[in-house]
Design a protein around this ligand. Structure first.
Ligand SMILES: Nc1ncnc2c1ncn2[C@@H]1O[C@H](COP(=O)(O)OP(=O)(O)OP(=O)(O)O)[C@@H](O)[C@H]1O
Ligand SMILES: [Mg+2]
Length: 474
């Protein structure tokens, strides 16, 4: 096959081979009618099966795939229209041709209203029947192919669980494909909520380690003293209270992958130990003298500028180089805003399912608002907005009025200046801007950090760190 990717998708989407002329189900109890149809349609190359009543018809429909149905309006055990309605529910892609007698043209009209493809009247005009069945078969197939194509397209717009088709995301997918097979360390950088954890998962799932554990360690949520014990474990009697041996996460992850989330929050003691494991592939549990060998791939994520932290002495330079063998930056949502509609659809599906709702879309004005917002909390923030929109929606659409108020206010925050103020460096300017946004969110949240974190699309722990680092008074 020499086709492009589109061509091959279209081919796999096609459910039939050219040799296959179509399968037609006739649901009718009149032997004469059935015989005529059988002969007529077999000559055309169709595969025909006959069901003598509604019950047998349903069974055939449930058990096999059909390209068209010829359905009598009057069946011994049911009204043909009822059966038609059932088929429309069960398989809306399937074209149904109703068979009526001259006397019941009215019911033919009803049938069309109920979604029949067409109707034929008895006695048959052979030419008409042949044409109708051919068109019905073609229509059913087109519907099916369309659906398959749509599905294939949807799959193309995602990679593992990551949604996005922008050029930036496609580059990210290529990067993941390239680095997955190796055991090299990858540093995943990016603002909060951009999907760094999803990227780490995708790397693991596409690696030869995929059937071994994938463990996420968030050092900011574990006190330093406990982090070491958590990672490396201890032997019985290592300290007061160590009544038994404890296996650490490194042992638990043997053969798999550990992701260090917010890696810059690791204290300097543990940084030194981590460097050792990375260099020697072994570690010594607390209180032991015997090194343990492990085979663990390390991934690290951060939303801070690690280089700056190295410069200011808060992060070990040697560890930074070890972690940074391969690195990638997950783009912020505002730099790939063309992915927003896809993400909205994705989250609509997710939260419809969770809340047992059927919100189909979002009002145009509301979508425009989302597209012009700057998304400091990135995809996580968008996800929160859509969840809320689905829960609040009364009808089939997310309305402008159900978007959070801070989306408006957030949009009203002046965009960062396009040039730096005199004598101010980039990081300082960004720091000022960040401080401004955090302070405004805290004010809006009445000083409740958890609430402010939600507005900003940050995890409460991340916000807390930023508040400390920037010395913001709460
Ligand atoms: N491209 C994406 N497609 C689908 N869902 C996404 C995407 N990016 C992020 N998400 C969703 O957004 C939320 C935040 O993602 P994730 O936890 O990976 O972000 P993060 O970069 O690790 O954030 P933080 O720095 O705050 O830890 C998750 O619920 C995740 O499933
Ligand atoms: Mg994360």
């Amino acid at each position: 096959m020499s086709g492009t990717r589109e061509a091959s998708d279209a081919e796999t989407a096609s459910p039939s081979t050219p040799a296959d002329d179509g399968r037609v189900l006739v649901i009718d109890d009149e032997p004469v009618v059935v015989d005529v149809l059988r002969q007529l349609l077999r000559k055309q190359g169709y595969e025909i099966e006959v069901a003598g009543d509604a019950a047998a018809g349903r069974q055939c429909l449930e058990e096999q795939t059909w390209d068209a149905v010829l359905l009598d309006v009057m069946l011994p055990d049911a009204d043909g229209l009822q059966v038609l309605r059932w088929i429309r529910e069960f398989n809306p892609d399937l074209a149904v041709v109703m068979i009526t007698a001259f006397a019941t043209v009215e019911s033919a009209v009803d049938a069309m209203k109920a979604g029949a493809f067409h109707y034929v009247t008895k006695p048959f005009n052979n030419e008409e029947v042949r044409n109708l069945v051919a068109r019905a078969v073609q229509t059913s197939r087109l519907h099916r192919e369309n659906k398959n194509l749509r599905r294939a397209l949807e799959e193309r717009f995602r990679f593992e669980r990551i949604v996005g088709k922008s050029r930036a995301m496609q580059e990210l997918y290529r990067f993941i494909e390239q680095v997955s097979p190796s055991r090299s360390t990858v540093l995943i950088e990016g603002e909060s909520g951009t999907g760094k954890e999803l990227v780490a998962q995708a790397i693991h799932r596409r690696s030869p380690r995929k059937d071994k554990p994938f463990i996420v360690v968030n050092s900011s949520s574990i006190p330093t003293e406990l982090l070491e014990d958590n990672l490396f474990g201890h032997v019985k009697g290592a300290f007061t209270g160590a009544a038994t041996d404890r296996q650490g996460l490194f042992s638990a992850a043997d053969g798999g992958t550990i992701m260090f989330d917010e890696v810059t929050t690791i204290g300097s003691d543990v940084q030194a130990k981590l460097l050792r494991v990375m260099q020697n592939r072994e570690f010594i549990p607390l209180g032991s003298v015997e090194p343990r060998r492990v085979d663990v791939r390390i991934l690290a994520a951060t939303n801070e500028n690690v280089k700056d932290l190295v410069k200011s002495g808060r992060f070990r330079e040697d560890l930074y180089y070890r972690l940074n063998v391969l690195s990638v930056t997950v783009p912020p949502l505002r730099h790939r805003i063309e992915d927003l509609p896809l993400l909205v659809t994705h989250f609509l599906k997710k939260y419809n399912a969770e809340n047992d709702k059927q919100v189909e879309s979002i009002e145009t004005e509301a979508l425009e608002r989302l597209l012009s917002y700057h998304w400091p909390g990135n995809v996580r923030e968008l996800e929160n907005v859509i969840e809320r929109g689905v829960v609040l929606a009364q009808g089939e659409q997310i309305e402008l009025s159900s978007l959070p108020k801070d989306l408006e206010e957030g949009a009203a925050v002046p965009p960062a200046a396009s040039s730096l103020p005199e004598g101010v460096g980039l990081y300082e300017a960004v720091g000022r801007y960040e401080r401004q946004l955090i302070e405004s969110a805290l004010r809006r949240a009445g000083g409740v950090q958890k609430q402010a974190a939600k507005i900003l699309g940050l995890k409460p722990t991340t916000l807390n760190e930023k508040i400390k680092r920037l010395g913001i008074r709460t």
